[in-house]
Design a protein around this ligand. Structure first.
Ligand SMILES: *[C@@H]1O[C@H](CO)[C@@H](O)[C@H](O)[C@H]1NC(C)=O
Ligand SMILES: *[C@@H]1O[C@H](CO)[C@@H](O)[C@H](O)[C@H]1NC(C)=O
Length: 389
């Protein structure tokens, strides 16, 4: 099925690449956080910070990086399964050419998730009110082929990316393949190393991009809005899609291509340790070492970090073996502390990265980590400084 935004993009395609930073905050063209939970271009508006239904938002984009909010596609209707006392999640929209109609499928539920239904709504234009016309039980996981009049399927192999049922928490997502939607489906294979919990995410939507694809999720941490989009490439050994864990990548939707940015790595252990910070030794760290006991009195000063005089993306490679978030402060050249969140990385010896945009001056910069914080930060392995802004 061709997703809706491809329909929109084809009409106004511009040959422009945009920088994608998985895990960073995204705002729309009015500067507001994008309320697109659970999908790519239509989403659940969680601006009221509640699971209950507020709106299915609708955004348009010509490059998949710049998003403009349009009218809401669906808003609550009192006395129905889509009232503001119910749950409407994971919206997906497809365009049906036979009826020239946009069809919205969603997870429909009551506030304690006891109903587990599927809802469907239609409209003649993408960002207008939809009419709810059906709802059905969805107690079991089922796949059915949509009516053949939906847009053509160009792939001869079907891939199913599925997450486990761990509520809002991330888990190791699996991929299955089949030559027919009715199966048989292959045995499950991880789409990322199992211990990284799919880089702290759960699959919500995937979109073909030329000969590759994009894995798209919204990161469900306390209902805050973080988007994790990674390229998918096809493994030469298994023939199945795997996540390309890029910190920063360029997406050119018109050309159907992506490019992973490269940056300059600086090892944490090459910096100056302060207070209770210690060097940790383990083969999982790059160059075998990292810095631990940061925060709560432990600090790290990294000098001679080369900048280009811009707000640059920097990836922090850290380990957080707790089941809850840690965070670290960063001060650039003596400036005010910035707090960077460090989600659980999947184990004390599992390294993941998290992005932060830092204003670096041209030439050498000094970064101080974890000063002025009474909580522990994650262990820091290295940082990678990108010139992308
Ligand atoms: C679907 O696409 C294939 C390959 O482009 C084409 O051969 C086929 O006729 C199409 N089917 C329909 C129903 O349009
Ligand atoms: C940083 O993490 C600590 C827990 O370790 C938490 O209490 C604090 O609120 C966090 N700070 C921010 C700004 O997120």
């Amino acid at each position: 099925m061709l997703p809706l935004f491809v329909v929109l993009v084809i009409a106004v395609a511009l040959a422009r690449a945009v920088v994608i930073v998985p895990g960073a905050d995204w705002t729309d063209t009015d500067g507001n956080p994008i309320q697109g939970h659970g999908a790519g271009k239509f989403g659940e508006d969680k601006s009221l910070n509640s699971i209950l239904f507020h709106a299915i938002s609708c955004y348009t984009s010509t490059d998949l990086g710049t998003w403009t909010r349009q009218n809401n596609a669906l808003t609550p209707i009192a006395g129905t399964m889509i009232s503001d006392e119910n749950v409407v999640e994971r919206p997906k929209v497809i365009f049906n050419t036979k009826n020239s109609e946009y069809v919205l499928w969603f997870h429909s539920d009551n506030s304690d998730y006891g109903a587990a239904m599927v809802g469907v709504a239609t409209a003649s234009t993408p960002c207008t009110a939809y009419l709810l016309y059906a709802s059905d039980n969805n107690q079991d996981f089922k796949i059915s082929m949509l009516n053949a009049d939906y847009l053509n399927v160009t792939e001869q192999i079907y891939y199913l990316i599925a997450s486990h049922t761990t509520g809002w928490d991330p888990n190791p997502n699996k991929v299955f393949s089949a030559t027919s939607l009715a199966g048989p489906w292959s045995a499950q294979v991880d789409i990322a190393p199992e211990n990284v919990n799919t880089y702290n995410s759960q699959n919500a939507y995937d979109m073909l991009l030329g000969t590759s694809a994009i894995y798209m999720v919204s990161l469900p941490h306390e209902l805050s809005v973080h988007y994790v989009w990674f390229p998918l490439s096809w493994s030469s050994s298994s023939g199945l899609p795997v996540i390309v864990p890029a910190d920063v990548w360029d997406l050119n939707i018109a050309a159907g291509t992506y490019t992973v940015e490269t940056g300059t790595a600086y090892q944490a252990e090459s910096g100056t340790l302060g207070g209770s910070a210690v060097i940790l030794t383990n083969s999982v760290y790059s160059n075998g070492e990292a810095v631990g006991f940061l925060g709560n009195g432990g600090t790290l000063t990294m000098k001679n970090i080369e900048g280009i005089g811009a707000d640059q993306w920097v990836a922090l490679y850290y380990a957080n073996g707790d089941s809850t978030y840690r965070n670290t402060t960063i001060s650039v050249n003596g400036g005010a502390n910035i707090v960077v969140q460090q989600p659980p990385s999947g184990g004390g010896q599992v390294i993941q990265s998290t992005p932060v945009q830092l204003n670096l001056k041209s030439g050498a910069n000094t970064l101080v980590f974890s000063a002025d914080q009474s909580n522990f930060a994650g262990d820091l392995d290295r940082i990678i400084v990108y010139t992308a802004t």
